[in-house]
Design a protein around this ligand. Structure first.
Ligand SMILES: Nc1ncnc2c1ncn2[C@@H]1O[C@H](COP(=O)(O)OP(=O)(O)O)[C@@H](O)[C@H]1O
Ligand SMILES: [Mg+2]
Length: 257
């Protein structure tokens, strides 16, 4: 069935868009963007502030209206589905802000994450989340609003993990985190999610750091995809290096960097 519906460009993909346009009040912000995330891959989208990264993710999970093109999940067209339908179908979305319920405890947040589950399955799923993020075990009775930025992001991921998604869609999980915490989120937490076997689509402004954990990366600017490739391909691209890596391809300067 999937092969009949998915076009050749996206056949076999977990999550994909074909010539996706999406935006606000009928005006496209994201324009004709085609991306794919294969099963088990970690794919990143990088780009400057305002380039449409959040809009892309919101269109993927049905928060922002798709104005053209298609969204496909496991070979099925799901364009303009709802966030609830996405969650039920196995796509877990962690927004850039408002990602936990601050007045609730860590445990209550995880229970909220299991809202679609039969009540008797919730304790078992919490155990599963604590297997993936053992760091959360000692924080269960703390209020989410009292966690550090990095702990809070881990909880947001754990909350989504309650439904055992087959894909995670993460919007700038390191926004507002100090560099050391940001690295921990990317190098530890995203790897912990990926180790569950799920596909990961992650949006980031920290291009250099996210490249280190990505199988492939798309570069967005002005709502369009400007470049795409493996980390090695992008690092070798002068355009990419100049824009995102601080001119790393300059002729070698006499510094010891
Ligand atoms: N709710 C909204 N209504 C109208 N325009 C919006 C809205 N949200 C974002 N935009 C506009 O869409 C563009 C892309 O924003 P966004 O997708 O948030 O970019 P990024 O996540 O890459 O920083 C920006 O010009 C922004 O002003
Ligand atoms: Mg954003």
């Amino acid at each position: 069935m999937s092969a009949e519906i998915a076009g050749a460009q996206v056949r076999g993909a977990a999550l994909a868009t074909e010539l996706l346009s999406a935006g606000y009040q009928g005006r496209p912000v994201v324009q004709e963007l085609s991306i794919r995330v294969d099963p088990g891959e970690v794919v990143s989208v990088v780009g400057p502030n305002g380039s449409g990264k959040s809009t892309l993710l919101k269109a993927l999970i049905g928060v922002v209206q798709v104005l053209g093109g298609r969204v496909l999940w496991e070979g099925r067209e799901v364009t303009n589905w709802s966030p609830d339908a996405a969650a039920r179908a196995g796509v877990g979305y962690v927004p850039q802000v408002d990602d936990v319920f601050a007045p609730l405890t860590v445990k209550e947040n995880l229970e909220m994450g299991g809202y679609l589950l039969p009540v008797r399955e919730v304790p078992g799923r919490i155990t599963h989340v604590l297997d993936v993020f053992p760091q959360l075990s000692r924080m269960l009775s703390r209020r989410a609003g009292r966690l550090s930025g990095g702990e809070r992001k881990m909880l947001a991921m754990g909350r989504v993990l309650m439904l055992q998604p087959r894909a995670f869609v993460l919007d700038e999980p390191t926004a507002n985190l100090a560099p050391a915490l940001a690295n921990m989120v990317l190098e530890d937490h995203i790897r912990q999610l990926s180790a569950t076997g799920a596909s990961v689509l992650i949006v980031e402004q920290r291009a250099r750091a996210v490249l280190a954990i990505s199988d492939r990366t798309y570069v967005m600017a002005g709502g369009r995809c400007q470049l795409e490739g493996t980390p090695a391909e992008l690092i070798a691209s002068p355009d990419f290096a100049e824009t995102f890596l601080g001119g790393a391809r300059r002729p070698a300067a006499p510094t010891g960097d």
